[in-house]
Design a protein around this ligand. Structure first.
Ligand code: ADP
Ligand code: MG
Ligand code: MG
Length: 210
């Protein structure tokens, strides 16, 4: 992997960051209804910090170092449950890519993301159906792994799977995280963390297709 790949990766992540920042009001509103209302600002702070660190990030020698640096920024800047779990997700993806003998291809990226999602499930203790961001992350990772197309096709499938998974949380009774305190009163409202993941995979797909 050369610096061109890191530049392309950063360009893609910058599109995702812009979408998180634009989505702040929507995510804030959802987390006000089922949580403590900080998800939008938490994620937007992290996205802004990643954009502000562009110079440092662009000096990273490869994708694994790049994602490790992003994970550090997220751990410092993003509070709450999301900060810990996003940071873990990014670090696990980085570790997976680090062990490859050469530059990552599309199947390597898919496997790395799946490993990251598995780690989030293990550490956070949520599985599909618990009405958390795992309900969007898990189907998205499955679409990446089981797709047989190129990166653009798989990212499109992952975005659709993430959105469907996020929408499915509206009919679930949350069993983990703050929204579980509401019990059945959270039914009808999608999980904010899952909606945030859907937004990000949609941004990723759009950036790769552009
Ligand atoms: P906090 O409750 O600390 O304010 P955030 O607002 O940062 O957390 O994030 C809330 C989101 O975190 C939820 O919408 C949900 O998607 C996700 N979440 C909460 N608990 C877990 C968990 N145990 N595993 C995975 N995701 C979780
Ligand atoms: Mg919150
Ligand atoms: Mg909070």
């Amino acid at each position: 992997v050369g610096s061109d790949d890191v530049a392309a990766l950063h360009g893609t992540l910058a599109v995702v960051a812009d979408v998180i920042i634009a989505g702040e009001p929507v995510l804030t509103d959802l987390d006000r209804r089922v949580g403590d209302g900080d998800l939008g600002t938490n994620l937007a702070r992290g996205a802004s910090a990643v954009l502000a660190a562009s110079d440092l990030l662009l000096t990273q020698p490869d994708a694994a170092c790049y994602l490790t640096a992003v994970s550090d920024i997220v751990r410092r800047e993003v509070g709450g449950t999301s900060g810990a779990l996003y940071s873990l997700l990014l670090l696990t993806i980085a570790d997976w890519l680090q062990d490859l003998p050469g530059p990552p291809g599309v199947t390597d990226w898919a496997a790395a993301v799946a490993a990251g999602v598995a780690r989030v499930q293990l550490v956070g203790g949520a599985g599909p159906g618990d009405s958390t961001m795992v309900d969007a992350l898990h189907p998205a990772a499955q679409a990446l792994v089981h797709g047989d197309g190129d990166a653009v096709a798989r990212a499109g499938e992952a975005a659709r799977a993430a959105r469907a998974g996020a929408e499915s949380t509206a009919s679930l009774t949350p069993s983990l995280g703050r929204s579980s305190y509401l019990g059945d009163r959270a039914v009808g409202i999608p999980d904010p963390g899952a909606v945030a993941i859907a937004l990000q995979f949609e941004a990723l797909a759009a950036a790769l297709a552009a």
